[in-house]
Design a protein around this ligand. Structure first.
Ligand SMILES: [Cu+2]
Length: 562
């Protein structure tokens, strides 16, 4: 069943001359976004935020006219799309952006299928509301069945503009972190553990220049589900016994969500637009910019709550699946916030309490001394200050210690990256031709985020050669989870399943973990590679990729730093 028709989109659909070229008109506009307690002026598409769901067909050529009604430049990036780089929509990198009053025409063939999204790649327009869902219908039959479907697009709208949030973070990096431990916590800790232990723990955190609860660095937002606050209760209807496909998209600027539907098992069938071997779970985490398609089968004539709780448990989006409009089920309470502990950053408990070198302070001597002659576990990595991170016992996604490792409510099954297996490998399995190390680095005290210690503005482009298979080793040396997004080429997550390694466009890297991905370099041109947390990308956790060689080199710009 198809509930979203092109006619209903409010997008003009012209009978184009070419048989398979559909034409769409999208305007980028100032819009009002209802946050319940307040209305925010933001940015949207065709007068709305989120923009209307676009529906493309695999194999068609699309023509999309994007008109800029703002007083500043804009752009649209087609997130997760395989397309010519000139159509990728990253201002200053792949095109010049769209000036106020101007229209830019995107033209590209649709070479994939599944659930995706689109968003502005200009300044903070995406956090300010410029995002929407895309569904691409596959040419072939899908390997699963469903009776109806809904897009569930999540975001974290803040009453401050993105530009203001960035300014506040730069002035005071803990501006939006409300879960910081207070002096009161310190005294209550000292009752339990003794003052010495509590103070010792505190000074370790000072050395790391992070707070123990830096799981989210921007709080105080209002989570929205399909543009609705929890009170507005977005509702999807079903008939008892139907299989309902939910296309979850995390369009947040900064917020990871843990999603569950109490009373229903969810069968994950797709991630980042690519089919996976079905896995049934009670709860899953969706990183910023990821998509997950799940199928649920409500067998009772009652309402079910779709509950998307933020990773740091500061807020939740909520909606309902119900047989009739106006119904509601119980809404779970927010669980206790997880505390990221020093032990979470180290493989060996012996390492807990040592400086992990967020920046390069002067307190390394003790750490060096204590594990100077310790054996390095296989797969582990030694940081510049001598700290050992990672190792064979690590789940590439979630095993970074007790603090962050999620458990499903009521002891159920929580999806891990290790559960994701490609339904059908996109590429033949082969050895990577080269490995690149990407340390994810930062200094929370200055709100500076970087790769290999270098911010984007000071960096040289990374050069790939067409035809190679690059293996990327992410080493997350920070206390935050970074959803890394490579444009224009698929990211094959090495989760140990070999030829079944899942194909994604966002690879989320937890604090203190090492994660590998591989990329078949099959798209010439210039591409962005960045953390998808809006303020991390802007602060410098971003790289320009140049793919040299391959077809159609004429239009590739001359090599330059920026
Ligand atoms: Cu990041």
């Amino acid at each position: 069943m198809r509930f979203v028709t092109t006619a209903a989109l409010g997008l003009a659909l012209f009978g184009a001359a070419a048989a398979h070229a559909d034409e769409y008109n999208i305007s980028v506009d100032r819009v009002q976004i209802d946050l319940g307690h307040t209305t925010k002026t933001g940015v949207g598409f065709n007068g709305k935020s989120p923009g209307e769901t676009l529906r493309f067909k695999e194999g068609e050529d699309v023509v999309i006219n994007v008109k800029n009604n703002l007083s500043v430049d804009t752009s649209i990036h087609w997130h997760g799309f395989i397309l010519p780089y000139q159509m990728d929509g990253v201002p200053g990198l792949t095109f010049d952006g769209i000036k106020p009053g101007e229209t830019f025409t995107y033209r590209f063939p649709i070479k994939q299928s599944g659930t995706y999204w689109y968003h502005s790649h200009s300044e903070f327009q995406e956090p300010d509301g410029a995002y929407g869902a895309i569904i691409i219908e596959p040419k072939d039959r899908e390997p699963f069945k469903y009776d109806r479907e809904y897009v569930v697009i999540l975001t974290d709208k803040h009453h401050h503009s993105g530009a203001k949030i960035m300014r506040n973070l730069k002035t005071s990096p803990d501006y939006y972190n409300r879960q910081q431990r207070t002096l009161f916590d310190l005294f209550s800790d000292s009752k339990d553990k003794g003052a010495g232990a509590a103070l010792g723990d505190r000074s370790d955190w000072g050395m790391m220049r992070m707070m123990p609860t830096d799981i989210e660095d921007v709080q105080g937002y209002t989570p929205l589900m399909n543009g609705h606050t929890a009170d507005m209760n977005w509702t999807g209807l079903f008939n008892k016994g139907e299989r309902v496909r939910l296309r979850f998209i995390n369009a947040s600027a900064m917020t990871f969500f843990d999603i569950r539907i109490p009373g229903l098992k969810m069968t994950v069938v797709q991630s980042d637009g690519n089919n996976v071997q079905p896995v049934t779970v009670d709860e899953f985490r969706i990183a910023v910019a990821e998509t997950y398609d799940v199928i649920v089968r409500p067998t009772e004539e009652k309402a079910y709550t779709i509950f998307a709780e933020s990773m740091a448990r500061t807020a939740a989006a909520r909606g309902t699946l119900a047989p009739r409009a106006g119904m509601a089920a119980e809404v779970p309470a927010l669980r206790d916030p997880p505390l990221l502990t020093m032990a979470d950053m180290a493989l060996d408990p012996m390492m807990a309490g040592m400086d992990h070198g967020m920046d390069h302070g002067s307190d390394h001597d003790m750490a060096k001394m204590e594990h100077g002659d310790m054996e390095m576990p296989e797969g582990a990595h030694m940081m510049p200050d001598g700290t050992i991170m990672g190792g064979p016992s690590d789940d590439p996604y979630y095993a970074n210690g007790s603090g962050l490792k999620p458990t499903a409510a009521n002891g159920g099954k929580f999806l891990s990256y290790t559960d994701l297996k490609a339904q059908k490998p996109l590429y033949p399995d082969r050895e990577a031709t080269r490995e690149i190390e990407m340390r994810l680095t930062g200094n929370m005290e200055r709100y500076s985020w970087s790769i290999n210690g270098v911010k984007y503005g000071d960096s040289d482009p990374i050069r790939f050669t067409y035809g190679e298979r690059v293996r990327i080793k992410f080493i997350n040396e920070t206390m935050m989870t970074h959803p890394m997004h490579l444009h224009g080429m698929w990211s094959i997550l090495d989760n140990g399943t070999g030829k079944w390694d899942p194909i994604k466009h966002v690879i989320s890297v937890s604090p203190g973990t090492i994660v590998h991905m591989e990329t078949e370099v099959d798209a010439p041109g210039v591409w962005a590679f960045h953390c998808h947390l809006a303020y991390h990308a802007k602060a410098g956790m971003f790289r320009k990729i140049i793919v040299e060689g391959g077809p159609k080199q004429a239009s590739l710009p001359a090599a330059s730093g920026e």
